[in-house]
Design a protein around this ligand. Structure first.
Ligand code: GCU
Length: 435
C-alpha cells in the first residue's frame, strides 16, 4: 500500500477507536472526578473536623475494607508467646546486635512458628527507630550471615523472577539460599544510619498459595473461614506484622514509637493494610504495591480486580469477587486505604517501567488521600501533578517514581531513610524534587 493509503487507513482506524478511547490525561481526569470522597460519610454527611474523621469516618472505612477486601482477622490470641532463641552482640563484623525471636501466635505446641530476625545498630546507645519488613524468600535470603536460622516453612521452588532459588528442594530452603536476595536489603546502610532492621518470611505466617486458608496461621482460626469476609493471606501477613510489633514493644533496644513498616509489591499491599489497621506503626512504606495496594482501581490501567482474584484467589476475601470487572464502579478505592494511615507519614513509590502496577494510579491514590492528611493538620502531599522520574516529593505523604523495573533498588532505600530521618529526627519543611 502507498504511503498516503497507509495514512488514510491509520486515520480511519484511529477515528473508529476514538469514541471508546481515553487519552492518558482523560483517564486521570475521569478517575479523579469519579473517586469517592474520603471525607464524606456513608450517610452523606461531610467530615469537617479531625474528631469526625477519628470517631466516625475512619472506623467506617476500616470496616468497608475488612468486609469487602482484606477480610477479618482474629484478635491477638491469649496463647501468643515468643522466645528469643539467638543473640549475637558482634554480628555483621561487630556493627550490630542480632536477635532472632520465634513468635508462636497460637502457643508453642500448635504452630505456626514465625521467626523475626532483628539487627540493632551497636553505635546507637539508646533505643533505635526500626524498619520492620516482610520478605519473599526467607530471613536467611536477606543476608549471608551464617547465624540466621533457615526457615523450615514451605518455599516455592518454581522459577523466580526475583532471585535464583536453585537451592530449594522439595519445598525446603537449603544453605544454598543464604543471601540470595541480599541485594534488595542494604542492611548495613540502614544500621549505619542509626536504624534497626527487622524482617520475617511471609511463608512462616501463611504460604503464598491457594490452599483454602488451611495451613500455617490460618489453620489456627477455622472459624474465620467459610464466610465472605474471611481471614485472607494478605490479612494474615498484616496480622503477623502486628504480632512482631507486640514483641518490638518489649525490646529495650527498639524505639517502638518509631517503627516504619516496609513492603514490596504484594508485601507492599500488606504494609498498607497493616498500617491502616494498627496505629502503632509510625510510618508506612508502600513500595510498588500496585493493584490491591496503592494503585487507584478506577484509573483502569495495569492489573485489574478480576486478575487479582483469579491468579491470587487467596490474597483477598470472598466478598472482593463481587467487584470483578467493576474497577471503575468501586464504591471505595485505594486512596481511602492510604487515608486510613493519616496523620502518620506514608510513602508511596513506583518504578517507571512497572506498568502492571500502574505508577500513575499509585500516585493518584496518594494525591487523593491528601485532603484527609490536611484535615488532620499535616502538610499532606506537597504536589498535585505527577512528579518527573527521580524527583522525590516529601511531605507527610511522600512519593517517588524512579527509572527502571519492578524491583527494590538502593535509590529507593535512600529515599526511605531520608523520609524516616525527617519524621523521626525532626521534620523540616516539605521538599519537592529531593531538595
Ligand atoms: C504479581 C501480581 C502483583 C504483585 C506482584 C508481586 O505481579 O500480579 O499484584 O504485586 O506479583 O508481589 O511481586
Amino acid at each position: 500500500m502507498s504511503t498516503p493509503g497507509l495514512i488514510f487507513f491509520a486515520a480511519v482506524g484511529f477515528a473508529m477507536l476514538l469514541p471508546g478511547m481515553l487519552t492518558a490525561a482523560a483517564l486521570v481526569e475521569d478517575a479523579v472526578a469519579t473517586a469517592p470522597d474520603p471525607l464524606v460519610l456513608g450517610d452523606g454527611t461531610r467530615v469537617t473536623t479531625p474528631e469526625q474523621w477519628r470517631e466516625r469516618r475512619r472506623p467506617e472505612l476500616l470496616e468497608i475494607f475488612r468486609q469487602n477486601m482484606y477480610g477479618r482477622a482474629p484478635a491477638r490470641p491469649a496463647a501468643f508467646v515468643w522466645e528469643v532463641f539467638d543473640e549475637d552482640t558482634h554480628a555483621l563484623g561487630g556493627k550490630a546486635t542480632r536477635r532472632q525471636v520465634a513468635l508462636y501466635p497460637n502457643g508453642r505446641d500448635h504452630g505456626p512458628r514465625v521467626d523475626l530476625l532483628l539487627y540493632l545498630p551497636n553505635q546507637v546507645t539508646g533505643p533505635a527507630p526500626t524498619f520492620l519488613t516482610l520478605n519473599f524468600w526467607g530471613n536467611h535470603a536477606v543476608t549471608a550471615d551464617p547465624g540466621v536460622r533457615i526457615t523450615t516453612s514451605w518455599m516455592e521452588s518454581s522459577a523466580k523472577p526475583y532471585a535464583d532459588l536453585s537451592g530449594v528442594t522439595n519445598g525446603q530452603a537449603t544453605a544454598a539460599c543464604r543471601g540470595v536476595n541480599a541485594r534488595q536489603w542494604p542492611i548495613e546502610t540502614i544500621l549505619a544510619r542509626g536504624y534497626g532492621f527487622a524482617t520475617m518470611y511471609r511463608g512462616d505466617i501463611a504460604p503464598d498459595k491457594f490452599d483454602h486458608w488451611t495451613n500455617a496461621l490460618h489453620a489456627a482460626f477455622p472459624e474465620f473461614q467459610g464466610r465472605g469476609d474471611n481471614f485472607t493471606t494478605i490479612g494474615a501477613w498484616a496480622w503477623g506484622l502486628s504480632r512482631a510489633m507486640d514483641y518490638l514493644q518489649t525490646d529495650r533496644r527498639v524505639d517502638a514509637r518509631k517503627v516504619a513498616v516496609f513492603g514490596w509489591s504484594r508485601l507492599g499491599k500488606t504494609s498498607l493494610w497493616a498500617g491502616a489497621n494498627d496505629e502503632r506503626f509510625a510510618l508506612v512504606i508502600s513500595h510498588e504495591s500496585g493493584a490491591g495496594g496503592a494503585k487507584l482501581f478506577r484509573h483502569g490501567v495495569g492489573e485489574n480486580i478480576e486478575r487479582l482474584n483469579s491468579v491470587f484467589p487467596h490474597w483477598f476475601c470472598g466478598n472482593f469477587r463481587q467487584f470483578n470487572n467493576r474497577d471503575k464502579e468501586m464504591p471505595f478505592d485505594q486512596h481511602m486505604l492510604i487515608s486510613l494511615i493519616a496523620p502518620r507519614p506514608v510513602y508511596v513509590a513506583s518504578a517507571a517501567e512497572d506498568l502492571h502496577a500502574d505508577p500513575t494510579g499509585e500516585f493518584l491514590s496518594a494525591r487523593l488521600a491528601d485532603p484527609v492528611y490536611r484535615l488532620l493538620g499535616t502538610p499532606g502531599l506537597p504536589v498535585t501533578e505527577w512528579p518527573p522520574v527521580s524527583h522525590p516529593v516529601m511531605g507527610q505523604i511522600g512519593y517517588h517514581v524512579r527509572p527502571g523495573k519492578h524491583d527494590v533498588e538502593t535509590y529507593d532505600w535512600e529515599q526511605y531513610l531520608t523520609f524516616a530521618d525527617r519524621h523521626f529526627h525532626g521534620a523540616t519543611a516539605p521538599t519537592v524534587g529531593g531538595k
